[in-house]
Design a protein around this ligand. Structure first.
Ligand code: NAP
Ligand code: ZN
Length: 371
Protein backbone atom coordinates (compact mmCIF):
# COMPACT_ATOMS: atom_id res chain seq x y z
CA UNK A 1 0.00 0.00 0.00
CA UNK A 2 1.52 3.30 -1.01
CA UNK A 3 -0.68 6.04 0.35
CA UNK A 4 -1.88 7.79 3.47
CA UNK A 5 -5.53 8.57 3.79
CA UNK A 6 -7.15 10.87 6.31
CA UNK A 7 -10.92 11.10 5.99
CA UNK A 8 -13.55 10.97 8.73
CA UNK A 9 -14.64 7.55 7.45
CA UNK A 10 -12.91 4.57 9.00
CA UNK A 11 -11.70 2.68 5.92
CA UNK A 12 -11.14 -1.08 5.90
CA UNK A 13 -9.54 -1.93 2.58
CA UNK A 14 -8.57 -5.37 1.29
CA UNK A 15 -9.64 -8.86 0.40
CA UNK A 16 -12.20 -10.33 2.82
CA UNK A 17 -12.23 -7.11 4.78
CA UNK A 18 -15.81 -7.58 6.04
CA UNK A 19 -15.07 -11.05 7.34
CA UNK A 20 -11.81 -9.91 8.92
CA UNK A 21 -13.42 -6.92 10.64
CA UNK A 22 -16.92 -8.10 11.45
CA UNK A 23 -16.49 -7.22 15.12
CA UNK A 24 -16.61 -3.56 14.00
CA UNK A 25 -20.39 -3.91 13.75
CA UNK A 26 -20.64 -4.52 17.47
CA UNK A 27 -20.75 -0.88 18.45
CA UNK A 28 -22.47 0.85 15.55
CA UNK A 29 -26.12 0.07 16.33
CA UNK A 30 -28.63 -2.72 16.79
CA UNK A 31 -30.95 -2.65 13.78
CA UNK A 32 -29.70 -2.05 10.26
CA UNK A 33 -31.54 -0.94 7.17
CA UNK A 34 -29.63 -2.39 4.22
CA UNK A 35 -29.97 -0.17 1.14
CA UNK A 36 -29.09 -1.59 -2.27
CA UNK A 37 -30.10 -2.04 -5.90
CA UNK A 38 -32.23 -4.89 -7.21
CA UNK A 39 -29.65 -7.47 -8.20
CA UNK A 40 -25.91 -6.95 -8.09
CA UNK A 41 -25.32 -7.03 -4.30
CA UNK A 42 -26.93 -10.47 -4.16
CA UNK A 43 -24.75 -11.77 -6.99
CA UNK A 44 -21.31 -10.35 -6.19
CA UNK A 45 -21.06 -11.68 -2.62
CA UNK A 46 -21.25 -8.32 -0.82
CA UNK A 47 -24.71 -8.84 0.67
CA UNK A 48 -23.92 -12.31 1.91
CA UNK A 49 -20.68 -11.11 3.56
CA UNK A 50 -22.63 -8.35 5.32
CA UNK A 51 -25.37 -10.72 6.49
CA UNK A 52 -22.81 -13.14 7.94
CA UNK A 53 -21.13 -10.26 9.79
CA UNK A 54 -24.46 -8.96 11.14
CA UNK A 55 -25.52 -12.44 12.25
CA UNK A 56 -22.21 -12.96 14.00
CA UNK A 57 -22.81 -9.76 16.01
CA UNK A 58 -26.50 -10.57 16.66
CA UNK A 59 -27.78 -7.55 14.77
CA UNK A 60 -31.26 -7.30 13.25
CA UNK A 61 -31.60 -6.13 9.66
CA UNK A 62 -34.15 -5.31 6.97
CA UNK A 63 -33.45 -4.94 3.29
CA UNK A 64 -34.57 -2.11 0.99
CA UNK A 65 -33.52 -3.23 -2.51
CA UNK A 66 -35.31 -0.70 -4.67
CA UNK A 67 -32.57 1.80 -5.44
CA UNK A 68 -32.36 2.66 -9.15
CA UNK A 69 -29.41 4.24 -10.97
CA UNK A 70 -29.21 7.97 -10.19
CA UNK A 71 -31.54 7.58 -7.20
CA UNK A 72 -34.61 9.77 -7.04
CA UNK A 73 -35.89 11.61 -3.99
CA UNK A 74 -39.04 9.49 -4.27
CA UNK A 75 -37.02 6.28 -3.79
CA UNK A 76 -35.11 7.86 -0.92
CA UNK A 77 -38.38 8.81 0.75
CA UNK A 78 -39.68 5.23 0.34
CA UNK A 79 -36.48 3.79 1.85
CA UNK A 80 -36.62 6.16 4.79
CA UNK A 81 -40.27 5.24 5.41
CA UNK A 82 -39.20 1.61 5.86
CA UNK A 83 -36.23 2.67 8.00
CA UNK A 84 -38.46 4.68 10.32
CA UNK A 85 -41.05 1.89 10.55
CA UNK A 86 -38.47 -0.69 11.63
CA UNK A 87 -36.69 1.82 13.89
CA UNK A 88 -33.34 1.36 12.15
CA UNK A 89 -30.45 2.87 14.06
CA UNK A 90 -27.89 2.49 11.28
CA UNK A 91 -27.91 2.15 7.50
CA UNK A 92 -25.71 -0.04 5.32
CA UNK A 93 -25.38 0.98 1.66
CA UNK A 94 -24.18 -1.78 -0.68
CA UNK A 95 -23.56 -1.13 -4.37
CA UNK A 96 -22.39 1.51 -6.73
CA UNK A 97 -22.66 5.22 -6.00
CA UNK A 98 -26.43 5.14 -6.35
CA UNK A 99 -27.18 2.89 -3.33
CA UNK A 100 -24.37 4.51 -1.32
CA UNK A 101 -25.76 7.99 -1.91
CA UNK A 102 -29.32 6.79 -1.30
CA UNK A 103 -28.16 5.23 2.00
CA UNK A 104 -26.70 8.57 3.09
CA UNK A 105 -29.88 10.48 2.20
CA UNK A 106 -32.08 7.85 3.86
CA UNK A 107 -29.99 8.05 7.04
CA UNK A 108 -30.72 11.77 7.10
CA UNK A 109 -34.45 11.31 6.66
CA UNK A 110 -34.64 8.63 9.34
CA UNK A 111 -32.92 10.93 11.83
CA UNK A 112 -35.05 13.93 10.82
CA UNK A 113 -38.49 12.34 10.49
CA UNK A 114 -40.29 15.51 9.36
CA UNK A 115 -37.99 16.00 6.39
CA UNK A 116 -39.63 15.49 2.99
CA UNK A 117 -38.37 15.53 -0.57
CA UNK A 118 -39.76 19.06 -0.82
CA UNK A 119 -37.97 20.40 2.27
CA UNK A 120 -34.71 18.48 2.13
CA UNK A 121 -32.72 21.11 0.20
CA UNK A 122 -33.79 24.05 2.33
CA UNK A 123 -32.53 22.68 5.66
CA UNK A 124 -28.89 23.06 6.64
CA UNK A 125 -26.43 21.13 8.84
CA UNK A 126 -28.56 18.04 9.21
CA UNK A 127 -27.18 14.85 10.69
CA UNK A 128 -28.10 11.29 9.86
CA UNK A 129 -27.89 8.00 11.71
CA UNK A 130 -24.58 6.16 11.10
CA UNK A 131 -23.92 4.89 7.57
CA UNK A 132 -21.74 1.93 6.57
CA UNK A 133 -20.66 1.85 2.92
CA UNK A 134 -19.74 -1.19 0.85
CA UNK A 135 -18.83 -0.10 -2.69
CA UNK A 136 -19.22 -2.63 -5.48
CA UNK A 137 -18.11 -0.37 -8.34
CA UNK A 138 -14.69 1.28 -8.57
CA UNK A 139 -15.64 4.78 -9.55
CA UNK A 140 -17.57 7.12 -7.33
CA UNK A 141 -15.54 7.06 -4.11
CA UNK A 142 -18.82 7.80 -2.35
CA UNK A 143 -17.68 5.51 0.48
CA UNK A 144 -15.36 8.30 1.68
CA UNK A 145 -17.14 11.47 0.53
CA UNK A 146 -19.70 13.65 2.28
CA UNK A 147 -21.80 14.03 -0.87
CA UNK A 148 -25.12 12.41 -1.79
CA UNK A 149 -26.05 13.01 -5.43
CA UNK A 150 -29.77 12.64 -6.03
CA UNK A 151 -32.20 13.03 -8.90
CA UNK A 152 -34.64 15.82 -8.23
CA UNK A 153 -37.58 15.33 -10.61
CA UNK A 154 -39.25 18.49 -9.32
CA UNK A 155 -36.27 20.66 -10.30
CA UNK A 156 -35.50 18.34 -13.27
CA UNK A 157 -31.87 18.11 -12.21
CA UNK A 158 -29.29 15.86 -10.62
CA UNK A 159 -27.80 17.61 -7.64
CA UNK A 160 -25.90 17.19 -4.43
CA UNK A 161 -28.08 17.11 -1.35
CA UNK A 162 -25.88 19.80 0.17
CA UNK A 163 -25.35 18.08 3.53
CA UNK A 164 -22.20 16.57 5.02
CA UNK A 165 -22.82 12.85 5.38
CA UNK A 166 -19.58 10.88 5.65
CA UNK A 167 -20.05 7.14 6.11
CA UNK A 168 -18.85 6.09 9.54
CA UNK A 169 -17.16 2.97 8.14
CA UNK A 170 -16.37 1.70 4.66
CA UNK A 171 -15.53 -1.91 3.80
CA UNK A 172 -13.77 -1.93 0.45
CA UNK A 173 -13.04 -5.24 -1.28
CA UNK A 174 -12.36 -5.21 -5.02
CA UNK A 175 -13.50 -8.86 -5.32
CA UNK A 176 -17.05 -7.50 -5.54
CA UNK A 177 -16.19 -5.77 -8.82
CA UNK A 178 -14.73 -8.84 -10.54
CA UNK A 179 -17.91 -9.64 -12.49
CA UNK A 180 -18.69 -6.05 -13.41
CA UNK A 181 -18.94 -6.05 -17.21
CA UNK A 182 -16.46 -4.10 -19.33
CA UNK A 183 -18.74 -1.17 -20.27
CA UNK A 184 -19.70 -0.60 -16.62
CA UNK A 185 -16.09 -1.07 -15.53
CA UNK A 186 -14.99 1.58 -18.01
CA UNK A 187 -17.82 4.00 -17.16
CA UNK A 188 -17.03 3.83 -13.47
CA UNK A 189 -13.25 3.91 -13.97
CA UNK A 190 -13.73 7.10 -16.01
CA UNK A 191 -15.64 8.59 -13.08
CA UNK A 192 -12.65 7.90 -10.81
CA UNK A 193 -10.33 9.37 -13.46
CA UNK A 194 -12.46 12.51 -13.63
CA UNK A 195 -12.40 12.86 -9.83
CA UNK A 196 -8.61 12.64 -9.80
CA UNK A 197 -8.17 15.15 -12.63
CA UNK A 198 -10.81 17.62 -11.45
CA UNK A 199 -9.41 17.43 -7.91
CA UNK A 200 -5.99 18.23 -9.38
CA UNK A 201 -7.03 21.01 -11.78
CA UNK A 202 -8.89 22.71 -8.98
CA UNK A 203 -8.90 26.05 -7.21
CA UNK A 204 -8.76 24.24 -3.85
CA UNK A 205 -5.79 22.04 -4.80
CA UNK A 206 -2.93 22.05 -2.29
CA UNK A 207 0.50 20.44 -2.27
CA UNK A 208 -1.01 17.61 -0.22
CA UNK A 209 -3.94 16.95 -2.56
CA UNK A 210 -1.65 17.29 -5.60
CA UNK A 211 0.54 14.50 -4.21
CA UNK A 212 -2.55 12.40 -3.55
CA UNK A 213 -3.84 13.10 -7.08
CA UNK A 214 -0.55 12.14 -8.69
CA UNK A 215 -0.37 8.91 -6.70
CA UNK A 216 -4.02 8.07 -7.43
CA UNK A 217 -3.45 8.72 -11.13
CA UNK A 218 -0.40 6.46 -11.13
CA UNK A 219 -2.38 3.64 -9.52
CA UNK A 220 -5.31 4.21 -11.90
CA UNK A 221 -2.86 4.18 -14.81
CA UNK A 222 -1.63 0.73 -13.84
CA UNK A 223 -5.02 -0.62 -14.89
CA UNK A 224 -5.13 1.40 -18.11
CA UNK A 225 -3.97 -1.38 -20.45
CA UNK A 226 -6.56 -3.71 -18.98
CA UNK A 227 -9.27 -1.06 -19.40
CA UNK A 228 -8.28 -0.42 -23.01
CA UNK A 229 -8.00 -4.12 -23.91
CA UNK A 230 -11.17 -5.06 -22.06
CA UNK A 231 -9.36 -7.74 -20.05
CA UNK A 232 -8.75 -6.87 -16.41
CA UNK A 233 -6.72 -8.87 -13.92
CA UNK A 234 -7.48 -9.14 -10.22
CA UNK A 235 -4.65 -6.68 -9.66
CA UNK A 236 -6.18 -4.23 -12.15
CA UNK A 237 -9.48 -4.44 -10.28
CA UNK A 238 -7.70 -3.77 -7.01
CA UNK A 239 -5.83 -0.81 -8.48
CA UNK A 240 -9.06 0.67 -9.81
CA UNK A 241 -10.72 0.29 -6.43
CA UNK A 242 -7.77 1.82 -4.62
CA UNK A 243 -7.58 4.78 -6.98
CA UNK A 244 -11.34 5.28 -6.79
CA UNK A 245 -11.25 5.50 -2.99
CA UNK A 246 -8.26 7.86 -3.14
CA UNK A 247 -10.10 9.94 -5.70
CA UNK A 248 -13.07 10.11 -3.33
CA UNK A 249 -10.74 11.45 -0.63
CA UNK A 250 -9.44 14.08 -3.08
CA UNK A 251 -12.89 15.36 -4.08
CA UNK A 252 -14.07 15.27 -0.49
CA UNK A 253 -11.44 17.97 0.10
CA UNK A 254 -11.42 19.88 -3.22
CA UNK A 255 -14.78 19.13 -4.84
CA UNK A 256 -15.19 18.32 -8.52
CA UNK A 257 -15.14 20.91 -11.27
CA UNK A 258 -16.61 21.92 -14.62
CA UNK A 259 -17.00 18.51 -16.34
CA UNK A 260 -19.09 17.21 -13.42
CA UNK A 261 -21.20 20.37 -13.45
CA UNK A 262 -21.71 19.97 -17.20
CA UNK A 263 -22.12 16.18 -17.17
CA UNK A 264 -25.15 16.13 -14.86
CA UNK A 265 -27.30 17.66 -17.64
CA UNK A 266 -26.27 14.83 -19.98
CA UNK A 267 -27.23 12.23 -17.40
CA UNK A 268 -30.55 13.88 -16.53
CA UNK A 269 -31.69 14.77 -20.04
CA UNK A 270 -29.97 12.03 -22.10
CA UNK A 271 -29.49 9.14 -19.67
CA UNK A 272 -25.71 9.09 -20.19
CA UNK A 273 -23.92 7.09 -17.41
CA UNK A 274 -22.23 9.41 -14.94
CA UNK A 275 -18.54 8.68 -15.71
CA UNK A 276 -19.12 8.90 -19.46
CA UNK A 277 -21.15 12.09 -19.08
CA UNK A 278 -18.13 13.79 -17.52
CA UNK A 279 -15.44 12.30 -19.70
CA UNK A 280 -17.11 12.75 -23.08
CA UNK A 281 -16.37 16.45 -22.45
CA UNK A 282 -12.82 15.86 -21.34
CA UNK A 283 -10.86 16.40 -24.51
CA UNK A 284 -12.22 19.91 -24.97
CA UNK A 285 -11.95 20.56 -21.24
CA UNK A 286 -8.26 19.58 -21.14
CA UNK A 287 -7.53 21.46 -24.36
CA UNK A 288 -9.11 24.63 -23.03
CA UNK A 289 -7.24 24.42 -19.71
CA UNK A 290 -4.64 27.17 -19.69
CA UNK A 291 -2.16 25.79 -17.12
CA UNK A 292 -0.44 23.35 -19.49
CA UNK A 293 2.09 22.29 -16.86
CA UNK A 294 -0.51 20.41 -14.84
CA UNK A 295 -2.14 18.97 -17.95
CA UNK A 296 1.26 17.75 -19.17
CA UNK A 297 1.86 16.12 -15.78
CA UNK A 298 -1.33 14.11 -16.24
CA UNK A 299 -0.18 13.02 -19.70
CA UNK A 300 3.27 12.03 -18.38
CA UNK A 301 2.05 10.17 -15.29
CA UNK A 302 -0.17 8.02 -17.51
CA UNK A 303 2.77 7.32 -19.82
CA UNK A 304 1.41 9.02 -22.94
CA UNK A 305 3.72 10.97 -25.20
CA UNK A 306 1.17 13.70 -25.97
CA UNK A 307 -2.23 15.03 -24.95
CA UNK A 308 -3.48 13.78 -28.28
CA UNK A 309 -2.65 10.17 -27.30
CA UNK A 310 -4.45 10.57 -23.97
CA UNK A 311 -7.44 11.95 -25.88
CA UNK A 312 -7.56 8.86 -28.10
CA UNK A 313 -7.63 6.65 -24.99
CA UNK A 314 -10.44 8.74 -23.49
CA UNK A 315 -12.45 8.38 -26.71
CA UNK A 316 -11.99 4.61 -26.64
CA UNK A 317 -12.99 4.38 -22.99
CA UNK A 318 -16.04 6.63 -23.21
CA UNK A 319 -17.47 5.22 -26.49
CA UNK A 320 -19.70 8.19 -27.18
CA UNK A 321 -20.23 7.59 -30.90
CA UNK A 322 -23.99 7.43 -30.56
CA UNK A 323 -24.32 10.39 -28.22
CA UNK A 324 -25.48 13.61 -29.78
CA UNK A 325 -26.96 16.91 -28.72
CA UNK A 326 -28.32 19.76 -30.81
CA UNK A 327 -27.01 23.32 -30.78
CA UNK A 328 -30.15 24.36 -28.89
CA UNK A 329 -29.49 21.71 -26.24
CA UNK A 330 -25.85 22.78 -25.96
CA UNK A 331 -27.05 26.33 -25.38
CA UNK A 332 -29.67 25.30 -22.84
CA UNK A 333 -27.17 23.21 -20.85
CA UNK A 334 -24.58 26.00 -21.00
CA UNK A 335 -27.18 28.45 -19.66
CA UNK A 336 -27.87 26.03 -16.79
CA UNK A 337 -24.26 25.88 -15.66
CA UNK A 338 -23.51 29.55 -16.41
CA UNK A 339 -26.42 30.60 -14.22
CA UNK A 340 -25.22 28.43 -11.36
CA UNK A 341 -21.89 29.93 -10.39
CA UNK A 342 -21.49 27.31 -7.61
CA UNK A 343 -20.67 24.85 -10.38
CA UNK A 344 -17.88 27.05 -11.73
CA UNK A 345 -16.27 28.08 -8.47
CA UNK A 346 -13.69 25.25 -8.28
CA UNK A 347 -12.32 25.96 -11.75
CA UNK A 348 -9.06 27.82 -11.10
CA UNK A 349 -9.01 29.90 -14.31
CA UNK A 350 -11.29 32.49 -15.87
CA UNK A 351 -13.72 30.86 -18.22
CA UNK A 352 -16.25 32.58 -20.46
CA UNK A 353 -19.74 31.57 -21.54
CA UNK A 354 -18.41 30.90 -25.05
CA UNK A 355 -15.65 28.64 -23.76
CA UNK A 356 -18.17 26.59 -21.82
CA UNK A 357 -20.51 26.42 -24.79
CA UNK A 358 -17.60 25.26 -26.93
CA UNK A 359 -16.89 22.35 -24.59
CA UNK A 360 -20.40 21.03 -25.26
CA UNK A 361 -20.38 22.07 -28.89
CA UNK A 362 -17.04 20.60 -29.93
CA UNK A 363 -17.55 17.45 -27.85
CA UNK A 364 -21.07 16.59 -28.85
CA UNK A 365 -22.51 18.76 -31.61
CA UNK A 366 -19.71 19.06 -34.05
CA UNK A 367 -17.39 16.17 -33.34
CA UNK A 368 -17.57 14.41 -36.67
CA UNK A 369 -18.85 11.07 -35.38
CA UNK A 370 -22.05 12.64 -34.14
CA UNK A 371 -25.01 14.05 -36.17
P1 NAP B 1 -24.75 2.78 -9.98
O1 NAP B 1 -25.79 3.70 -10.55
O2 NAP B 1 -24.66 2.67 -8.52
O3 NAP B 1 -24.96 1.31 -10.58
C1 NAP B 1 -25.04 1.11 -11.97
C2 NAP B 1 -25.37 -0.33 -12.31
O4 NAP B 1 -24.30 -1.18 -11.94
C3 NAP B 1 -26.61 -0.86 -11.59
O5 NAP B 1 -27.38 -1.52 -12.57
C4 NAP B 1 -26.05 -1.86 -10.59
O6 NAP B 1 -26.92 -2.97 -10.38
C5 NAP B 1 -24.80 -2.34 -11.29
N1 NAP B 1 -23.75 -2.82 -10.40
C6 NAP B 1 -23.24 -2.23 -9.28
N2 NAP B 1 -22.24 -2.99 -8.77
C7 NAP B 1 -22.11 -4.07 -9.57
C8 NAP B 1 -21.25 -5.23 -9.56
N3 NAP B 1 -20.29 -5.37 -8.64
N4 NAP B 1 -21.41 -6.15 -10.54
C9 NAP B 1 -22.37 -5.99 -11.49
N5 NAP B 1 -23.21 -4.93 -11.55
C10 NAP B 1 -23.08 -3.98 -10.61
O7 NAP B 1 -23.34 3.17 -10.65
P2 NAP B 1 -22.13 4.09 -10.16
O8 NAP B 1 -21.50 4.60 -11.37
O9 NAP B 1 -21.30 3.39 -9.16
O10 NAP B 1 -22.83 5.29 -9.38
C11 NAP B 1 -23.31 6.42 -10.08
C12 NAP B 1 -23.99 7.36 -9.10
O11 NAP B 1 -23.04 7.81 -8.12
C13 NAP B 1 -24.50 8.61 -9.80
O12 NAP B 1 -25.75 8.97 -9.26
C14 NAP B 1 -23.44 9.64 -9.48
O13 NAP B 1 -23.91 10.96 -9.56
C15 NAP B 1 -23.08 9.24 -8.07
N6 NAP B 1 -21.77 9.73 -7.61
C16 NAP B 1 -21.64 10.05 -6.29
C17 NAP B 1 -20.45 10.52 -5.79
C18 NAP B 1 -20.34 10.88 -4.34
O14 NAP B 1 -19.29 11.32 -3.90
N7 NAP B 1 -21.38 10.70 -3.55
C19 NAP B 1 -19.34 10.67 -6.63
C20 NAP B 1 -19.49 10.31 -7.96
C21 NAP B 1 -20.70 9.82 -8.45
P3 NAP B 1 -27.93 -3.05 -9.11
O15 NAP B 1 -28.90 -1.94 -9.28
O16 NAP B 1 -28.53 -4.39 -9.23
O17 NAP B 1 -27.09 -2.90 -7.87
ZN1 ZN C 1 -18.28 11.62 -10.40
Amino acid sequence: MRFNLKVPTQVFFGENTIKNNCDKFNKIGNRALIVMGGKSAKLNGALSDILIALDSCDKEYYIFDKVEENPSLETIEAGSKLGKAIKADFVIGIGGGSPLDAAKAISLMINNPKLTKESIFSQKNLEGIPVVAVPTTAGTGSEVTQYAIVTDHIGKVKRNLGQTIYPKMAFIDSRYTEKLNIPMTRNTAMDAFSHIVEGYLNRNATEYTDKLSQEALKIWGEALDGLLNGALTKEDRNNLMMSSTLAGAIISKNGTSIPHGMGYALTYHKGVPHGVANCCLYNEYLNSFKNKKKVNNIVNILGFSSLNDLEKAIIKLTQTNNLSITEEEAKKYTDEIWNNKEKLKNHPEDISYDELYNIYYKSLVNSGNIQ
